[in-house]
Design a protein around this ligand. Structure first.
Ligand code: MD6
Ligand code: FE
Length: 217
């Protein structure tokens, strides 16, 4: 239900904001769990460290990435795909911690996607100036499942585009603790992240971390 004039007319009392037919932004939803999430991330990145991937076109991505889950997202000269093992270590990707999968499925349910069980979590690390160009998430077998995104650390300007790369995107500020769930008719929208501005975050210092959960297999 829309509330006071301070909020947008698509904002609800719980701080959630519907930004599309299949998309809801929950502001600061996981802020109180952020410390525990970051601690758990350290355990994951000790096993499968952040690395800069190369796009099929041969560009080194400025954002560094790693994964956890039964499947991890990969890019190299041969293309984008999911793998069961981290090519860097030759070992399976670390499992998705229970805390993460519970928070992701709770958020999905709150956005109208019950019974969400992600099997892949891509972890992105941005430092000042790092950006992610407009793209669609379409490497998953069945795009009937939503993507759930957690933002931690420095704020970023997220580009919420249309269904063609040339559609002018809207700008959305994603801040520490925000959760964005998007699926259904919005699942294949183009989206990206503008170059991260300098800053200092109390928990994460000069970085932004983004986790995106998917059902990839
Ligand atoms: C980011 N996020 O926020 C990058 N993709 O750093 C994504 O690319 C993304 O947030 C699909 C669904 C939600 C997302
Ligand atoms: Fe994406």
């Amino acid at each position: 239900m829309p509330v006071s004039g301070q909020l947008f007319d698509n904002a609800d009392r719980d701080g959630s904001e519907r930004i599309g037919e299949g998309a809801v932004l929950f502001r600061a939803r996981i802020a109180s769990q952020a410390g525990e999430i970051v601690e758990t991330l350290r355990e994951i990145t000790a096993i499968s460290p952040f690395r800069h991937l190369v796009t099929p076109g041969g560009h080194r991505m400025s954002v560094s990435m790693t994964s956890c889950g039964e499947l991890g997202w990969m890019s190299d000269r041969k293309g984008y795909r999911y793998t069961a093992k981290d090519p860097r270590t030759g070992q399976p990707w670390p499992a998705i911690p229970k805390l993460f999968s519970e928070l992701a499925s709770d958020a999905a349910a709150a956005a109208g996607f019950p019974d969400y069980h992600p099997d892949a979590c891509l972890i992105n690390r941005y430092r000042a100036g790092n950006k992610l160009s407009l793209h669609q998430d379409k490497d998953e077998e069945d795009c009937g499942h939503p993507v759930v995104s957690f933002s931690l650390g420095l704020p970023a300007t997220f580009l919420w585009g249309g269904f063609k790369r040339s559609d002018k995107p809207k700008r959305l500020l994603l801040e520490h603790g925000d959760v964005l769930v998007w699926g259904g008719p919005d699942r294949l929208r183009y989206h990206g992240v503008l170059a991260l501005a300098d800053g200092e975050h109390p928990l994460l210092g000069q970085q932004r971390i983004n986790l995106t959960f998917r059902k990839a297999g």
